[in-house]
Design a protein around this ligand. Structure first.
Ligand SMILES: NC(=O)c1ccc[n+]([C@@H]2O[C@H](COP(=O)([O-])OP(=O)(O)OC[C@H]3O[C@@H](n4cnc5c(N)ncnc54)[C@H](O)[C@@H]3O)[C@@H](O)[C@H]2O)c1
Length: 327
């Protein structure tokens, strides 16, 4: 299949490409403006430097390559930034997705995999969300993703040949176990990346945002998924669509949670060093607990996680972070 991968130079896209290049029957085209992604993270396929806003360039590419599938990672992803600059998020995440879908319609590209997020659930009542849990995002980032989800559903309804898979990622962490690629966005607010920055001496200490939540140790609980397992979920979603699977939405998480303090403790044990932290104010919109119900993905598509272990997530993330210090 000919696959267009938007945002493939980024953290998650580059891991999916690393997996996809093992399949000889796929031809990959990576379209990225390198705003946060890195050229060296793209381990295979044809790279095209371009912005999704550049409609002409994108159209020429669609015309030339006749894609079978689009995997759409490109977007802006920092929640606090979305609060201070919402227009950027509606432009990059929503308006650029409209453009992409228009081209899919014009060039009859009928398979689409979309990177969505657990943020679309907002603060679910019991802390566990399945795909039927009402969507109630609490920031512009989550809302921009929800709008694209709604648009995909409406578009597929109007155009029955078009099939989508929406993957709602939970807390993505870790890096390539062989150390070739990993999270490199300097603005990243991801907990495990921040802990690894402390562990590698890049920052002095971690801020824990609130220790008085109604959880067993007072800190927030999240469902951390290794980026390697997230990558193979995309391969399974691609297989599902190419085998005639109908449009669908899947949570991608392990279905269990770890608290912020637990992650710190595991890191301290694994790396045999203390992680300094302080306690800051709660951040508005942070749910106390956010865990996936992952029954649907496990029952519907051929996905078996291989790295469901906080220790290996933290170790791979730390090794990657250290390599960034050296380079
Ligand atoms: N990282 C997470 O924990 C997480 C969680 C849930 C959902 N997601 C979603 O997954 C996707 C990928 O996230 P990531 O962590 O790899 O982020 P990232 O910032 O590492 O990757 C995004 C990529 O898109 C590119 N890009 C951004 N805007 C572009 C544009 N207008 N034109 C062309 N390229 C553009 C960037 O250069 C980058 O390579 C995003 O859509 C994000 O919302 C990520």
């Amino acid at each position: 299949m000919k696959i267009l991968i938007t945002g493939g130079a980024g953290y998650i896209g580059s891991h999916v490409i690393k997996n996809l290049i093992q399949y000889e029957n796929h031809e990959l085209f990576v379209y990225d403006n390198l705003s946060t992604g890195k050229r060296k993270a793209i381990l295979g396929g044809t790279f095209i430097l371009g912005d999704l806003e550049n409609r002409e360039k994108l159209k020429k590419l669609f015309l030339k390559e006749k894609f079978d599938v689009v995997i759409h990672f490109a977007g802006s992803i920092i929640v606090p930034e979305s609060v201070s600059n919402p227009i950027l998020y509606y432009k990059n995440n929503v308006s650029n997705s409209v453009c992409l879908l228009k081209l899919c319609k014009e060039f009859k590209v009928n398979n689409f995999i979309f990177s969505s997020t657990a943020s679309v659930y907002g603060i679910p009542e019991k802390g566990i969300a399945n795909e039927e849990t009402p969507l109630n995002p609490v920031n512009p980032y989550g809302r921009s993703k929800m709008i694209v989800e709604m648009m995909l559903k409406d578009f597929a309804y109007s155009n029955p040949s078009f099939k989508y898979c929406i993957l709602r990622y939970f807390n993505v962490a870790g890096a390539d176990p062989q150390g070739r690629i990993g999270q490199e966005n300097l603005k990243s607010t991801h907990l495990i990346k921040r802990i690894c920055e402390v562990a590698s001496g890049k920052i002095d200490k971690l801020s824990i945002y609130g220790n008085n939540y109604n959880t067993f140790d007072g800190t927030c609980i999240r469902d951390f998924i290794h980026v390697e397992d997230l990558a193979t979920a995309h391969i399974a979603a691609l297989e599902y669509l190419s085998n005639g699977g109908s449009s669908n939405i899947f949570n991608v998480g392990y279905g269990k949670g770890s608290s912020v303090k637990e992650i710190i403790e595991v890191t301290e044990q694994k790396l045999n060093r203390a992680i300094k932290y302080d306690i800051s104010e709660r951040r508005p919109g942070d749910p106390p607990i956010l865990i996936s119900d992952n029954k649907k993905i496990k029952e519907t598509i051929n996905w078996t996680p291989q790295f469901d272990d906080i220790g290996s997530i933290v170790t791979s993330a730390y090794n990657w972070e250290k390599s960034l210090t050296i380079s």
